[in-house]
Design a protein around this ligand. Structure first.
Ligand code: MSP
Length: 634
């Protein structure tokens, strides 16, 4: 039986920290694909979730001074909040701490153990906590992770291993016989390159003495499951593996598993070999996208250049943000994120091309056609004929590009249709036609422009669901997303339909540069000016002072323990001449939260508090009213 569902997954995200733009990108990409396939009348199952076990999460919880489960519960809320904000239409959200998942992990381990696929041996090698990956001496040259470049931990311990090496030849043959399995093609070659070296067996456990936060091995209670072995199984545990056969069969093999390029090996080597050992087919496609960079660099917390997706969506709207991410990145390649690029694309594609077309057409329909879709003439001219052909060609292009993971190409085709229709309107000059006695040329022109907008709104729906709903309401169309088949034929708008009020869908954004005051006064301070993007790098947050004490031998310094959200930090501040320690406890202050840690008089300081000073006087910046600690100061 052919599986009927389009099953799309995102990686499950670690709950050690708040979501960033990379997480938002994969999830939006999956959402766009899910919405597109629903538009094509295919049943869809869209899964995302969180990866909650392992050393990375355990350490983050320790730093925050809370239990790992409590830490996971808090962070998972931030992911859910972001997905709601971004209009993510996932059908399920799996957490690896849920019983439905843990049950499957234990069952799989037990079966593989009984089959002799898992054995115990000594492990002596390297471990990268940020990537949660094991490496052998052969993989590593300078005790640095080959993936992220950070320092590795040396590990010597007894562990359990999965006989992954036994599947090396099968995997190479499988990849060669299934070109659609790993995409883009250069990533397939990367995996094949990796498989040219002998494949090691996979260490799948961690002794509890080192790491307690994980799923206990069913056959040895001194160990927990290696976090990747645990995490990868989410893709089958969420769809009822070993419990709900019908549901599992309807979804598996997954149609498309979206990942970032850094987790290619885990998904194209560990995962298919695990599945093979379990007698399950590999997913149809694993698609690895590139990275979002800032200023040409990798985003990282320590560099303080991580883009916060919630902030961008709040400032410019979720749909505009979704559009930018989809239109700007060529899936597979890296792409630089900058607010300038965002504003440029938003203004060009959305405010100008789409916004102008919409406002021109709707104003004329309101004033000249009594707010009703006009009736076009039966005989159409060559311009109309050309426009119709181009519109329908753009629908096919979108279908093709969605199926081929080239969403940006499809969006470019839609933009070019909007520009072509703007040119058509300029050429036909409906405002001049409106002065003629014969209404037909005007009606035909307006109908063609409005019908193009109908198709455009449908094609852009998977990317901008809410804004396109508004656009359709303006055209007098029902709010629900139209089927793809309705966008592949001309004439969906019915003449006589009452149109809605046309607001400004995408108001023009003044670029950050344009917002700067260029007055005489500002110019004299030009040397002090910094780029808006530089200012945005400083992360200001509220913090509550829990404890304050003098530092011996340093008259001006106080050591403060502060709470920043669910994290505890130590700061050193030069305020001892202005405040007594006791009067500080309980105050909510503002700190620069993403400064690199520094040692002041031998005491580590993680951040800097803000204060106003004038001459001898110094007062702390506090918050007007109640705000939880860890709130962003914007
Ligand atoms: N928990 C694992 C995945 C387990 S899936 C069974 C994990 N989590 S993660 O939170 O660290 O990363 C999730 C995804 O975000 C990865 O696909 C990673 O490639 C992606 N990104 C992390 N930083 C990124 C960018 N700067 N840009 C784009 N995606 C990036 O790995």
């Amino acid at each position: 039986m052919k599986k009927p569902h389009f099953y799309v997954t995102t990686p499950i995200y670690y709950v050690n920290d708040a979501p960033h733009i990379g997480h938002a990108y994969t999830t939006i990409l999956a959402d766009v694909m899910a919405r597109f396939h629903r538009q094509c009348e295919t049943p869809v199952f869209f899964l995302t979730g969180t990866d909650e076990h392992g050393q990375k999460v355990q350490r983050a919880a320790e730093r925050a001074g809370v239990q790992p489960m409590r830490h996971a519960d808090t962070t998972v809320g931030r992911f859910r909040e972001l997905w709601t904000k971004l209009g993510i239409s996932n059908d399920d959200f799996i957490r690896t701490t849920e019983e439905r998942h843990k049950r499957v992990v234990r069952e799989v381990l037990q079966k593989l153990f009984e089959k002799g696929e898992i054995y115990k041996a000594d492990y002596d090698g390297w471990y990268c906590v940020p990537c949660e990956r094991f490496y052998t001496d052969r993989d590593v040259s300078d005790a640095k992770c080959v993936e992220c470049g950070r320092s590795l931990d040396r590990i010597t311990e007894s562990n359990y291993f999965f006989r992954m090496s036994a599947y090396q030849d099968w995997l190479v043959a499988y990849i060669n016989a299934h070109p659609e399995f790993i995409q883009p093609e250069f990533r397939r070659n990367e995996t094949l390159g990796f498989l040219r070296k002998p494949l090691n067996d996979l260490c799948i456990s961690r002794p509890k003495s080192r790491l307690a936060w994980g799923i206990e091995l069913p056959f040895d209670s001194d160990f927990v499951t290696y976090v990747w072995f645990d995490a990868l199984l989410n893709y089958v545990s969420a769809i009822g593996f070993t419990k709900d056969e019908e549901r599992f069969r309807a979804c598996w093999p997954a149609s498309c598993q979206l990942i970032g390029k850094d987790i290619l090996t885990t998904h194209t080597v560990y995962w298919p070999t695990m599945l093979k050992a379990m007698n399950i087919e590999p997913p149809q496609t694993v698609f690895a996208h590139g990275w979002w960079l800032t200023g040409g660099d990798k985003m990282s917390k320590s560099a303080g250049n991580v883009v916060n997706p919630l902030e961008i969506a709040n400032r410019y709207g979720a749909d505009a943000f979704r559009y930018f991410l989809m239109a700007e990145m060529t899936p597979g390649q890296d792409c630089v994120f900058s607010e300038e690029a965002f504003v440029r694309r938003y203004n060009a594609d959305l405010a100008n091309d789409l916004g102008n077309l919409l406002s021109r057409v709707m104003k004329l329909i309101a004033s000249r056609c009594d707010s009703r879709i006009p009736e076009p003439a039966g005989d159409i001219g060559p311009e109309e004929d050309r426009l119709r052909g181009a519109v329908l060609a753009s629908s096919s292009k979108v279908r093709e590009s969605m199926n081929g993971f080239n969403i940006n190409t499809g969006l470019a085709a839609v933009c070019s249709i909007m520009r072509e229709t703007n040119r058509y309107v300029e050429q036909r000059q409906p405002w001049t036609l409106a002065k003629q006695e014969d209404r037909q040329p005007l009606n035909t022109t307006l109908y063609h422009a409005a019908e193009t907008l109908r198709v455009v709104s449908g094609l852009l729906s998977p990317v901008m669901p809410e804004k396109m709903k508004e656009l359709r309401a303006t055209l007098g169309l029902p709010a629900h997303m139209p089927l793809m088949s309705e966008l592949e034929s001309w004439g969906g708008l019915r003449p006589g339909t009452a149109t809605g009020k046309a607001g400004t869908l995408f108001p023009r954004i003044k670029s950050p540069e344009a917002c700067e005051i260029v007055s005489g006064h500002a110019k004299t301070e030009a040397a002090m000016q910094i780029e808006y993007t530089d200012f945005k790098k400083v992360q200001l947050k509220t913090a509550q002072i829990l404890k304050a004490e003098k530092i011996e031998g340093a008259d001006k310094l106080l050591r403060l323990d502060v709470e920043v959200g669910n994290e505890k930090r130590q700061l050193v501040a030069g305020i001892a001449l202005h405040y007594e320690p006791e009067e500080l406890v309980g105050k909510t202050i503002v700190i620069a939260a993403n400064l690199k840690p520094a040692k002041i008089r031998g005491v580590e300081s993680n951040g800097m508090l803000l204060a106003a000073s004038s001459g001898e006087n110094l007062r702390l910046l506090t918050v007007d009213g109640n705000m939880p600690s860890g709130s962003l100061v914007t």
